[in-house]
Design a protein around this ligand. Structure first.
Ligand code: ASP
Ligand code: MG
Length: 469
């Protein structure tokens, strides 16, 4: 059976117009496949709102969750009122929305009383967003003449009990998919599956982590032996640069898994590598497509790099960073300074985005999110108290308002001169590079520049190295 698994992200199902566009896409595509499985996420902003409701209730606020409930109710009811004529299914859909939101409020009320929300409760609460949307899209498909049915992914995706970031257990999941989904497809039914959600073997609701519905689609794509997996979003595919920063941004036609991984690590809001691993490893073609421009082919993600479109394919920026430097003439040749420094950083829960140590060993510098700086500097000073006293370490300092700009492309490997061209492009625009790192994957080069220069750095690299490279 030729099966296609497709997933619609938050903005693709976030308004009546988007939902009807999504339904249109499902119906036209379904004509060309023997089976289509649809995975939906919550409408954009809904997961955040549900979390905010629960967290504010836990913090003693008895008001916010009720306001959120009101907003979500009118937003989801609005879809029903706009897209489904009165009578027919519309009253049962309105009841479905009310029921889910009543559940949300009931949870928040108890959380407010208890003064805390556990990760386990949070997963059940946020699952409401996906459950409502799956109900709406399936009804819309039926309304347009298809046979469609909601399938809760709690019946399909079995996970461990790591609430809020559960890992799928593939064996039982495969069995559930074969038993529950495949017969529907054989009967010509279009299943609409809730993304993001799973359940433990005992049936307790879990979630796969934020943005997890891509992961859901990949898991189902794998278990169904789908011929392809399509991820519908609100841009034409993975772009060469954030179009809001550089309007000349272009769609990247083909990208390897390693490049996607690098891009998402360096701040581009693309697919999470963990999420797409199941299909990429199986060699199932994965496409990123635009719900609002469905005739555009999108970006194809493949297992092996393809250098057809230049050495550098994309450039991205991570903002709100600081560079912390530990320096001292007495550090030279002393083993363990780096290990102790990073242990102190890790102790503060800060993730390090980039490290460089000069070979003179008189300083180590690394880049972390600015909001971690005060705690990190204090922790390192504590750890190095003796060295500071002896003046082996002179100081621990930080430079705020830094941005990491990363050029990504598997073609960087073995293409001489690309790094030189990148630096040249910045020099031309008089942009000072504060630090540099090239990952050993050679799939990216990262440069630290000051926040003031970041927009220009992106534009320069984009035009000189990517477009005219
Ligand atoms: N709704 C979930 C989230 O916002 C999952 C997803 O959008 O993929 O994280
Ligand atoms: Mg999303």
């Amino acid at each position: 059976m030729r099966i296609l698994t497709m997933k619609f992200g938050g903005t693709s199902v976030g308004s009546p117009e988007a939902l009807s566009q999504a339904a249109e896409i499902v119906l036209t595509t379904a004509q060309e496949w023997e089976g289509v499985v649809v995975v939906v996420s919550a409408a954009n902003g809904v997961t955040d709102a549900l979390m905010k409701g629960a967290l504010s209730a836990a913090g003693g606020d008895g008001q916010t969750y009720m306001e959120i409930e009101g907003d979500l109710r009118s937003r989801h009811r609005g879809v029903v009122q706009e897209l489904l004529s009165p009578g027919g299914e519309s009253s049962s859909l309105l009841a479905m929305v009310d029921e889910h939101l009543a559940e949300f409020t009931a949870f928040c009320r108890s959380i407010h009383v208890l003064g805390e929300v556990t990760p386990r409760a949070m997963d059940t609460i946020v699952s409401v967003g996906e459950r409502m949307n799956a109900g709406l899209l399936a009804a819309l498909l039926r309304r347009r003449g298809a046979t469609s049915e909601v399938v809760l992914s709690t019946e399909l995706i079995v996970t461990d009990a790591t609430f809020q970031k559960a890992a799928p257990l593939m064996e039982p999941t495969r069995a559930h998919v074969a038993r529950r989904l495949v017969p529907l497809l054989a009967d010509g039914i279009i299943p609409v599956v809730t993304g993001f959600i799973g359940a433990t073997e005992e049936g307790v609701t879990t979630t796969l982590g934020r943005g997890g519905s891509d992961f859901s689609a990949a898991i189902l794509g794998d278990c169904l032996d789908s011929e392809e997996v399509w991820i519908w979003t609100d841009v034409d595919g993975v772009m060469t640069v954030d179009p809001r920063a550089v309007p000349e941004a272009q769609r990247i036609p083909i990208l390897s898994y390693a490049e996607v991984a690098e891009l998402s690590y360096f701040g581009a809001k693309v697919l999470h590598p963990r999420a797409i691993r199941p299909v990429v490893e199986r060699g199932i073609p994965l496409w990123v497509k635009n719900t609002f421009n469905p005739s555009c082919p999108g970006t194809r993600i493949v297992k092996e790099p393809d250098n057809a479109c230049g050495a550098v394919k994309a450039v991205t920026a991570i903002r709100d960073l600081s560079m912390v430097t530990v320096e001292g003439r007495g550090m030279m040749g002393v083993p363990g300074i780096a290990a102790r420094t990073f242990a102190a950083v890790a102790g503060q829960g800060a993730s390090v985005l980039m490290i460089s140590q000069a070979s003179s060993e008189q300083s180590i510098c690394f880049v972390i999110p600015t909001d971690h700086v005060p705690a990190v500097v204090k922790a390192i000073e504590g750890e190095m108290a003796a060295e500071l006293r002896r003046r082996d370490v002179d100081r621990v300092s930080s430079l705020d308002e830094m941005v990491i700009v990363t050029a990504v492309g598997a073609g960087l490997r073995g293409t001489p001169g690309v790094a030189a061209r990148t630096f040249g492009a910045l020099a031309q625009a008089n942009i000072n590079v504060v630090a540099v790192a090239q990952g050993s994957s050679e799939c990216s080069i990262s440069l630290v520049v000051s926040a003031n220069d970041a927009a220009r750095a992106l534009r320069q690299i984009h035009s000189e190295v990517i477009l005219h490279g």
